[in-house]
Design a protein around this ligand. Structure first.
Ligand code: PEP
Length: 252
C-alpha cells in the first residue's frame, strides 16, 4: 500500500520561494520514490497555481494540497476559496480541521463536516486532521475526543477517498511526540472507528503529524498502522523534508 507524506507550509513563503523549495525537495528525493510514496505539498493559496504549473511543466511526481477550503460553495463569503475553485487548479488534496484552524479560527466539527462535503462533491481528497489537546490527553479523554471528531464528520457517509491525520495538538510544533507504539495503537483505533462509523465500512489511511523530523521518522514509519506523515516545521527545509520522505522509502 502506498504511503503518503504531506508537507504543510502553513503561512510561510511567497510563490517564488515556494517554487525554489519545491525544486530543492524534488532534487533531494530518492529516484524511485513514486513507487512507494505520494508526496504532497500544502503551500498558501497564493502559491497553488505557480507550483502546479512547475509540476506539470517539469512532470514532477509531487502533488499539491490546499491548507484549507471554504465550507461554502459560492456567494457572498468574502475572502473564502471554494473547493470548486481549487479543483479548477487541479488541486488533488485539501487539509481540513487542522488544530490551528480549530483553535485560532473557531472551526468546530460542524464546519469541518461542511468542508468535507464541499471537497467530496468536487472529488478532492480530504486530509481530515483530528487530535486531542494536552489537557484532554492528561485527563484520559483522547479516545473520546477522536471518536467525536470522527463521528461528527463521517457518520453514515459513503466514502470514496479521505485520509485521516492523527495530530495530537500537544505534539504540533513542540518537539514532543507520543511514542511510535502509542501512535500505532491510536491509528488502529481510528481505523476501527472510521470503519464502523461509515456506511461503506471505509478503511482509511491514517497519517501521523506532530514534530516529525528526519531523526524520528524511521521509528514512526516502521509501524504497521502509520500510513504516512503530516509534517509542518520540517517541511520548510527542502533537504530535511526530502530526508524524511527518503527514510520512509527505505523502510523494507
Ligand atoms: C502540523 O502543523 O500539522 C504539524 C504536524 O506541524 P509540526 O510538524 O511542526 O509539528
Amino acid at each position: 500500500m502506498k504511503k503518503i507524506i504531506v508537507g504543510n507550509w502553513k503561512l510561510n513563503l511567497d510563490h517564488l520561494q515556494g517554487i525554489q523549495l519545491l525544486q530543492k525537495i524534488n532534487y533531494s528525493l530518492d529516484k524511485d520514490i513514486e513507487e512507494k510514496i505520494d508526496i504532497v505539498l500544502a503551500p498558501s493559496h497564493t502559491s497553488l497555481r505557480s507550483l502546479q504549473t512547475v509540476i506539470s511543466t517539469d512532470n514532477l511526481k509531487i502533488k499539491i494540497s490546499s491548507q484549507d477550503v471554504s465550507s461554502q460553495n459560492d456567494g457572498a463569503f468574502t475572502g473564502e476559496v471554494s473547493a470548486f475553485q481549487l479543483k479548477k487548479l487541479n488541486i488533488d488534496y485539501s487539509i481540513i480541521g487542522h488544530s490551528e484552524r480549530r483553535s485560532l479560527f473557531n472551526e468546530n466539527n460542524k464546519i469541518v463536516e461542511e468542508k468535507f462535503r464541499c471537497l467530496e462533491s468536487n472529488n478532492i481528497m480530504q486530509v481530515l486532521c483530528i487530535g486531542e489537546s494536552l489537557e484532554e490527553m492528561e485527563s484520559g479523554k483522547t479516545l473520546d475526543v477522536l471518536n467525536e471528531q470522527i463521528a461528527s464528520v463521517l457518520k453514515n457517509k459513503t466514502l470514496k477517498k479521505a485520509l485521516i491525520a492523527y495530530e495530537p495538538i500537544w505534539a504540533i510544533g513542540t518537539g514532543k511526540t507520543p511514542t511510535p507504539i502509542q501512535v500505532n495503537q491510536i491509528n488502529q483505533y481510528i481505523k476501527d472507528v472510521v470503519q464502523s462509523t461509515t456506511a461503506n465500512n471505509y478503511l482509511p489511511k491514517v497519517l501521523y503529524g506532530g514534530s516529525v523530523n528526519s531523526e524520528n521518522a524511521a521509528a514512526f514509519f516502521s509501524c504497521e498502522n502509520i500510513d504516512g506523515a503530516l509534517v509542518g516545521g520540517a517541511s520548510l527545509d527542502g533537504k530535511h523534508f526530502a530526508e524524511i520522505v527518503n527514510e520512509f522509502n527505505r523502510i523494507k
